[in-house]
Ligand binder design. Sequence first.
Ligand code: CA2
Length: 156
Amino acid sequence: MSLANTVFVLNGPNLNLLGTREPQVYGSATLDDVHALTAAACATHGFMLDFRQSNHEGELVDWVHEAGRAHAAGTLAGVVLNAGAYTHTSVALHDAIKGTGILLVELHISNVHARESFRHHSYISPVAKAVIAGFGVQGYALAVAGLAALSQPSRA
Ligand code: CA2
């Protein structure tokens, strides 16, 4: 197993409420359920998982910086970021990601492009390696599988 084997999964504002409201949009799984399915995907691919959620933009920025340091140290496989509503507003997250060199997958549970127009623009997409949207919470497992494929260039 390579040293670069930790996956950071960072969840933004209101995702702690997953499974408690708007099940028609986000499904009925809770964030704990998402943590469990992501842990299973990481185990399948030989990754260590660091799974977090914050309602605070600055804390998410700090965590991206931490991921950048892990990348520089050679211990990071990649980051899966569901920045929630900050996706559509946060120049700070864009700036934090830009130039770190981290493999970052932007993730959305819902298909943001089939929703309100204010969800169609992302400040994260230009600095992401890949984007996953609309697969429900299974998108988290798909993102981990994508990072595994990208970590082994011969299979990508
Ligand atoms: O589809 C996604 O994953 C989103 O990133 C979720 C964000 C939304 O602002 C983005 O446009 C798309 C919202 C997360 C709020 O999650 C809740 C879950 C259950 C109940 C209330 C909020």
